[in-house]
Design a binder for this molecule. Structure first.
Ligand code: ZN
Length: 413
């Protein structure tokens, strides 16, 4: 076996032939290659065509590292004349046209970035992080180019902060498939209007049946205005968040009013009060029950919060409505000011909250949405700009499986 063939077999090259290779220093392996069977194929129709000339510029492609060597491919593409498609650059079988890395490098990069932070992927691929994020951005933009959103029936809208200092992005979820379909800069009405005006057609807007969002006027207004057939549903997590905030306000109020030994009993309660009953340990419950004697008002607020959990379990709207009316009455009787404020918000958005029960937007979907937000937020730590953040969202929870767009024979891990 010749050395060239050996390299070819060792590195599992497909669709190309090794012409020569050079080891540069102790880090780089440069391989001169050419397309299998001398190439000259039209990139559109795949026909073998006549060569016009060899382009003067030598092109480089980054390939996956092998045994610690950075592998680079080098080739001078030729221009061909196809009878149907005219003059074009010949098909490069190992990379997308204009890409600076091979298919299999791109596949590995995408998969690594789904699994780990970008600097980790950069280390494994022997690529500086800035180069990697640039390659990633080009690859994701190219695969998503021309992608159209399809079959949107139930959507969720939320905002998320992606950098320190209040920078926000607005996300639109497809609740049926639990994925993100759109990311836009900013928050509020102006941000979401871009989605409805520029991305969706009138037909698509008419197809939307359920719009789920937080209690901000901006998103509720946008859903009501743009989607004529949609029912507005208030997102469960935002309602629970508002309720938790009300309970916490009661705690803070009591903290201010108590002193000495009484105050000691209130220590470490904050996160305990937030807990859902299903994630509470027996000891937690005991601590909370002990509050009955230590601080009646916090105890009552917690009790009311715990009772409200039941609301989400109702299947029939009429039963849920009866429950929520009774619950609101007992809150108003409790004379806990922050809780009464919460009831007022609840009253304002009564239909939206109640719609949650009617629309069968199940727990699983709501939780899936929450999970997406968490993944996205964790990935977001340390992103400088929205582009990088958007790339990671689309790569991890987007509506297109981006690695699957790479031709199957290059998908090796
Ligand atoms: Zn052609």
């Amino acid at each position: 076996m010749t050395a060239n063939k050996c390299i070819q077999k060792l590195l599992r090259f497909k669709g190309l032939k090794v012409v020569d290779f050079v080891f540069e220093g102790s880090r780089r392996l440069i391989i001169l290659v050419k397309p299998h069977k001398n190439g000259c194929l039209c990139p559109v129709c795949g026909r073998r065509c006549e060569i016009v000339w060899t382009l003067p510029e030598v092109r480089w492609w980054r390939d996956i590292p092998a045994a610690g060597w950075e592998v680079w491919l080098q080739y001078c593409p030729r221009e061909i004349r196809c009878p149907t498609h005219g003059r074009r650059q010949e098909e490069i079988p190992w990379a997308r046209s204009h890409a600076r890395a091979t298919y299999r490098y791109e596949y590995l990069m995408l998969r690594y970035c789904q699994m780990m932070p970008q600097n980790g992927a950069g280390t494994l691929l022997h690529t500086p992080s800035s180069t990697l994020s640039d390659l990633l951005h080009r690859c994701i933009t190219a695969t998503r180019d021309g992608h159209k959103i399809r079959g949107l029936k139930r959507i969720g809208i939320d905002e998320i902060s992606y950098a320190k200092g209040h920078k926000y992005a607005t996300l639109v979820y497809d609740l049926d498939r639990s994925c993100v379909v759109w990311v836009g800069p900013g928050k509020g009405r102006a941000a979401i209007d871009v989605f409805f005006n520029e991305v969706l057609s009138d037909y698509q807007k008419g197809q939307i049946q359920i719009g789920c969002c937080d209690m901000s006027q901006a998103y509720m207004g946008a859903i009501t205005e743009h989607c004529p057939n949609a029912t507005l549903v208030l997102d469960r997590f935002h309602v629970v968040k508002a309720l938790n905030a009300a309970v916490d306000d009661v705690r803070k109020e009591q903290w201010r009013l108590t002193t000495g030994a009484d105050r000691k009993a209130l220590k470490g309660l904050r996160w305990l009060l937030y807990r859902h009953s299903s994630t509470r340990s027996r000891k937690d419950t005991e601590t909370l029950r002990a509050l009955d004697k230590a601080n009646r008002r916090i105890y009552r607020a917690w009790q009311l919060k715990d009772e409200f959990e039941q609301f989400w379990e109702y299947k029939a709207p009429w039963a849920a409505e009866r429950f929520i009316r009774q619950w609101m009455t007992s809150v108003l009787r409790s004379r806990l000011e922050p809780m009464r404020k919460f009831v007022n918000t609840l009253r304002e958005h009564y239909d939206g909250v109640l719609a949650f029960v009617g629309c069968r937007l199940t727990n699983a979907i709501a939780e899936g949405l929450n999970r997406i937000v968490k993944i996205v937020k964790n990935r977001a730590s340390g992103f400088r700009n929205l582009d990088a953040f958007t790339d990671m969202i689309f790569l991890t929870v987007g509506d297109v499986d981006i690695p699957a767009q790479i031709p199957a024979r290059f998908r090796t891990l």
